[in-house]
Structures are given as C-alpha cells and as structure tokens.
Design a protein around this ligand. Structure first.
Ligand code: PHE
Length: 325
C-alpha cells in the first residue's frame, strides 16, 4: 500500500501526508507494526525483526524516490512540468569596459611605434607627484583643494609627508627614469584623481596616457610626429595636429596638443620637452640626453572616437549603455 501511495504523490503536501501516515514516529503504520514486536513469540522474534528491517528500508526508499521525483519537477499533476516552448532565461554576460578597450587599443598603437608600457601606483608620495616633476612646495598645483590627499597618520594634507591619489600619470615618468637608463620609450595608461564636480566632461577619476621618450637627440619634431601618427591611427588618416604654447613645470618648452577632428580643433592634453630640472632630479645628465613627454586624456579620446557625449555614462554601470561597445 505504501509503495503505491508514495508512487502517486504529486505535491509536497501529499508527500508529507504519506510520510506521516506510514513513517510517522508516533502513530505511523510502521510504528504500529513495530509495537507488536513485543507481543510475539520469543522464537519468532529474530525473523520478525529482520522482516521489519526490510520493510523499513523499503519505506525509506519509497519516500526518497517520491522526494526526488517531486524536486526534479516530476510528473505530478499540480506541479507544472517544464514547458520546452518557453523562451530560455537570458544570461546577461559582461564584457570588457569601453575604457579598458580603449586602453588596449592605445597600447597597441603606441607599441607599434616602439613604446613599451609602464605602470605606477595610484597612491603616490609628493616626491613622484610633485617634487621630482619640478613642482615646488608652495606651488598652487599642490593645493589640498585640488588633490585627494590621504588622511595618513601624522601627515598634514599638502605637506611634504602626505600621500595622495596621483593627480597625473607624469608620476610614472619619474618612476621609470629612476630605475632605468636611456634610451627610454614608454607609455603609461592609468587612473588619475582630481576633486572635480562631475558633469558631462569632468569626473573625479579619469585616465591618462602618459608618453615618455628619452635618448641622445630627441627633439620636438619627434614629439609632433609621434603624436600625429598616433592621432592618425586612432582618430583617422585626415586628422591634423596643432601645438599651442603652454606651461607645465616639468616640460620646457610646453604645449597644449589639439587634434583637428570633424572640422573642430579639440584639446587632448599637454606635452613638451622634459625640463632639465626633471632629468637632474632622476640623476640623468641634461647635457647628454633629452626627451619629450606627453599626457593625453583617455576618456576624451574614447568619447570622440565613439561619439559619447557624457563622461558620466562611462562610469554609470548601466548595461544599456555599456553593452553598446
Ligand atoms: N601631466 C599633465 C596634465 O595632467 C600633462 C602633461 C604630461 C604635460 C606630460 C606635459 C608633459 O595636465
């Protein structure tokens, strides 16, 4: 009887009812039979006990089968069977973020011109972010309002000992030159941090591509050629480049770099010839070697190429936006 009932079970409730009826610890059918064991002849007991064990095993197996059948969606009549005509569940697969894609692309273009990639930490000390880059103690670029200083024990924001989130990838120029001798040809792509209020073109975290080339006879003509070839590869063959005079403490002369793209001059970053003071700070001889450096905004490049109009979209985590790339 029990095997029949268990086999027909079609819902959790029915399963529980059958379990109590046959295997219930108090008044289950099996329990009732077990109680009678005391009343039978001593001589018959071993055989009866053995038989009882077999029955118990069979009941447990029936319960187990019925449970598994229910869990696997079984053939029960009040549990709907899987409907193979229903559309499947859509798995939303992530993919490489547009900025990471851009970084890989930029590395690849620069790699073809012989620029290796270098990296540096995002938490920096004032030596690499300022001092070695010819930005002295009282320079406005070190203002606590313009930088993310860390609340490290014993340090005062803006003072010589306080660490900060790097505000430019130019830090990596210093780290590379401290550890290597010319000739050097590197790019470094990474995050930088500035306390700007987010709007369509600003975000407190963004990325830069830093470039550095040091050798015995590097000139501004080399800088212009490298940047033009880069722009032609990334933005298009017809893109032109323009230098406007500017100032950075770590380059002399310094320029702003504009690309003519879709009939519009757009500024993509800064550049210049590495200042002799910087070469001296890393132990190079400014009479023996020279070099150029540049820093371009990665988001700006990516946004131009893909016609993205708001930088905040890149960091919204909104799959409807991100999955387009
Ligand atoms: N570090 C500068 C900035 O963030 C850009 C730059 C890099 C300028 C290298 C000159 C040389 O604005």
């Amino acid at each position: 009887e029990a095997s029949e009932v268990f086999a027909k079970v079609s819902s959790q409730a029915a399963l529980e009812e059958a379990r109590v009826r046959f295997l219930g610890a108090k008044n289950g059918a099996f329990r009732e039979i077990q109680k009678q064991l005391g009343k039978i002849d001593k001589a018959d007991k071993p055989q009866a006990g053995q038989r009882l064990n077999e029955v118990k095993k069979a009941l447990a197996a029936a319960l187990q089968n019925a449970t598994e059948a229910l869990e696997s969606g079984g053939a029960g009549d009040d549990t709907p069977a899987a409907d193979p005509t229903l559309p499947g569940e859509l798995l939303s697969l992530g993919h490489i973020h547009p900025i990471t894609q851009t970084i890989d692309h930029l590395k690849e273009i620069m790699g073809r011109m012989g620029f290796e990639t270098a990296e540096g930490p995002e938490v920096e000390d004032p030596w690499h972010n300022f001092v070695a880059l010819n930005i002295p103690e009282d320079h406005p670029a070190r203002d606590p309002l313009d930088n993310f200083y860390l609340a490290t024990a014993g340090a005062t924001a803006g003072e010589a000992d306080s660490q900060l989130m790097r505000s430019q990838t130019s830090t990596v120029q210093i780290r590379v030159m401290e550890n290597r001798q010319p000739p050097i040809r590197i790019v470094s792509l990474g995050r930088v941090y500035r306390p700007d209020d987010p709007d369509a073109t600003h975000f407190p975290m963004f990325h830069q591509m830093e470039g550095l080339m040091i050798d015995t006879h590097v000139t501004m003509a080399n800088l212009k050629t490298v940047l033009r070839v880069f722009a032609n590869n990334y933005l298009g063959e017809d893109v032109q480049i323009r230098f406007r005079p500017s100032f950075f403490p770590f380059t002399e002369p310094s320029v702003e770099v504009d690309f003519l793209w879709n009939d519009q001059w757009i500024e993509f970053g800064g550049a210049g010839m590495v200042d002799p003071a910087v070469l001296t700070a890393v132990g190079y001889d400014p009479e023996a070697v020279s070099g150029f450096a540049f820093g371009l905004g990665v988001e700006r490049l990516c946004m131009r190429r893909h016609n993205i109009t708001d930088i905040r979209d890149l960091y919204s985590g909104d799959m409807r936006f991100l999955s387009q790339f």
